[in-house]
Design a protein around this ligand. Structure first.
Ligand code: SAM
Length: 327
């Protein structure tokens, strides 16, 4: 039988926090989960199985981590706050498929971690090592369900209750570094989740919507009220699932860097028309290093079939790609 998560049993979290004298640190965005339904929903939304390598960012005292260890083939969890390391040693002691990495996820070489851990899990699955899935490895035990799995069948999933002060930089690192990640399932502020899946013409639509939707398909999985955390955050939270698009599945554009410079310019001053945004954009230059003139911006919009008075907030990803290619 797989080990059961126990930190959310009555009084357990309180007892651990008291015994270790843990004070939640605001500077690290520490809001710990105290409601068992939430990790269950997160694990279900991430669709975790025994052939998954899961990266968690910010285990805290290990609450969600216990659920991840129970469901995944292997887990690596990255925690910046060194005070929590002895706690994690105790709360994760029942699982042998987890590694706690002490440090800042923004500085971690995730590509190297993924390469090493997926190879390790694939080898263990191929060898039929039941222990790596959380099952006790018994001599002569029945063949594990995953015994014939190879390296290609290991999926990489990121699952986290993210520190809210650094949500967007973490997600953009995960998406832009072209890591072999299949999906990202994270708890974030509901307002940020709304922006990620917003459509053109809505108030929440902006550069973040376009960046996320270029790299992934976002889906809101659950809304989580403040009373599911200690301390209670001031805002509602949401679980969002981002299914990563492989490069061939993305909107095709000649130069994605240029497209994102156009998007940044278009939303830097959202009330400006696109023509004005394009000619005043600091990061947008022609090949000769000069900025676009009004005439050039107008010609590009006309060639795309857009009215000259259009604002960036009216354009979807496909239209920004077209404009970028023409410019
Ligand atoms: N997973 C726990 C839970 O759900 O109860 C804690 C979530 S708490 C919102 C965020 C966690 O991320 C904290 O443990 C915090 O110390 C950690 N953290 C903050 N910044 C980090 C960073 N740059 N790298 C790694 N961990 C970080």
């Amino acid at each position: 039988m797989r080990n059961e998560p126990w930190l959310l049993k009555p009084q357990k979290t309180k007892e651990i926090l008291q015994r270790y004298g843990i004070r939640m640190q605001k500077k690290f965005g520490q809001n710990f989960l105290i409601d068992a339904h939430v990790p269950e929903k997160i694990v279900a939304a991430a669709d975790i199985t025994g052939t998954d390598f899961v990266i968690e960012i910010g285990p805290g005292i290990g609450t969600l981590t216990q659920y991840l260890c129970q469901a995944a083939g292997s887990v690596a969890t990255v925690e910046i706050d060194r005070h929590l390391l002895p706690v994690l040693e105790e709360t994760l002691a029942d699982w042998d498929n987890v590694e706690v990495i002490s440090g800042d996820v923004m500085k971690l070489d995730l590509a190297a971690l993924i390469e090493a851990k997926t190879a390790e899990l694939a080898a263990a699955l191929q060898a039929g090592a039941g222990g790596i899935t959380g099952e006790p490895a018994e001599a002569g035990a029945a063949e594990p369900a995953v015994s014939d799995a190879g390296a290609s069948s290991v999926s990489v999933k990121v699952v986290a209750n993210l520190p809210y002060y650094i949500t967007t930089p973490i997600l953009m690192k995960l998406l832009e570094e072209e890591l072999p990640i299949d999906s990202i399932t994270v708890m974030i502020q509901k307002e940020v989740a709304d922006r990620m899946q917003a459509a053109p013409g809505t108030a929440a639509y902006g550069a973040l919507s376009l960046a996320v939707q270029y790299y992934a398909e976002p889906k809101l999985s659950a809304i989580v009220p403040p009373n599911c955390f200690v301390p209670r955050p001031n805002v509602e939270s949401a679980v969002i699932h981002l299914a990563r698009r492989a490069p061939a599945e993305r909107i095709q554009v000649q130069d994605s860097g240029k497209m994102f410079a156009i998007i940044k310019a278009a939303f830097a001053q959202r009330r400006k028309t696109l023509v004005n945004a394009l000619r005043n954009a600091a990061d947008l230059r022609k090949e000769d290093g000069t900025s676009y003139s009004r005439e050039e911006a107008e010609q590009a919009l006309t060639a795309c079939g857009f009215p000259l008075t259009i604002r960036g907030e009216a354009l979807g990803l496909q239209e920004f790609a077209k404009l970028s290619d023409i410019l």
